[in-house]
Design a protein around this ligand. Structure first.
Ligand code: IPD
Ligand code: CA
Length: 259
């Protein structure tokens, strides 16, 4: 397969520039709530439209699934975009958000990029070609003890509070440092970059993870079979981990990993 990374990089960098200029504008971005704690700004829609236009221009005929405008799922070549992952952070002027863009071909993610515009960090991967952070090869961490591990446990109002607290509590009782930074995509990118040892969440959507799953596996980590049981359509639970803690984190979260 041809090198898809230059095209991906160009799209997410330009999308990131749109986000950054909205973030840096004198007025705080106006937001509405799609539901409890589910933020939406004008920039989410504008960035998604920009990405759709770029894909139509450079890859005519490909399908697009986006967080804001949806899309048909049956295309053999399907781009999956979260225009702003971490929208609550973006709306609150917290500089921890990103765009996530992945390409699935015949139901397999073959390329993905996450761009975090406020720190100019580009995480990018292509199947069999490795995962890269600003041009440097990424590898998952080698930490093999839960008492030295940092694990992010994601949260949303889509699942009962008790389910989230149970997962986070088990990680904390096992000795992990538990964090929640509000962007599942960046949570996965951090595992790939070796900044944290794991990311787990009881339910997350395809646009949050399409790129990040590939980043983690190309960086030598392990993930669950997110795409099983209709993950593309309705989301799924997720676990991404370094290799050294794979078994322990799988047992702790009760989420089976792929070999
Ligand atoms: C959310 C974030 C959050 C994760 C949720 C997502 P949004 O996406 O990634 O960290 O825990 O599951 O829905 O609303 O910021 O695009
Ligand atoms: Ca998201």
């Amino acid at each position: 397969m041809t090198d898809l990374m230059p095209a991906l990089e160009a799209i997410v960098r330009d999308a990131g520039a749109l986000m950054r200029s909205a973030f840096d504008a004198p007025e705080r971005p106006a937001y509405s709530l799609k539901g409890q704690q589910d933020y939406l700004t004008e920039t989410d829609g504008a960035v998604e439209q920009f990405v759709r236009d770029q894909i139509a221009r450079h890859f005519p005929g490909d399908g697009v699934l986006g967080e804001e405008a949806g899309g048909a799922l049956d295309a053999a070549r399907l781009w999956i975009v979260d225009p702003i992952d971490g929208t609550a952070n973006f709306a609150r002027q917290i500089p921890h958000f990103c765009i996530s863009l992945g390409l699935m071909v015949d139901r397999q993610v073959v390329a993905g990029a996450i761009y975090e515009p406020m720190h100019d960090e580009l995480y990018i991967a292509q199947l069999g070609r490795g995962a890269w952070l600003n041009g440097k090869r990424m590898r998952v961490s080698t930490v093999g003890e839960l008492t030295a591990a940092t694990v992010e446990v994601g949260w949303s109002t889509r699942i009962p509070v008790a389910t989230y607290l149970d997962m986070a509590g088990k990680a904390a009782h096992a000795g992990c440092s538990v964090r929640r930074a509000g962007s599942g995509s960046l949570g996965l990118a951090y595992v790939a970059a070796g900044r944290t040892e794991g990311y787990a969440e009881p339910h997350i959507n395809a646009w949050d993870v399409a790129a990040g799953l590939l980043l983690v596996t190309e960086a030598g980590g392990q993930v669950n079979d997110f795409w099983a049981d209709g993950g593309l359509r309705v989301g799924n639970q997720i676990l991404a981990t370094n290799a050294a803690l794979a078994t322990q984190l799988s047992v702790l979260t009760s989420i089976p990993l792929m070999p």
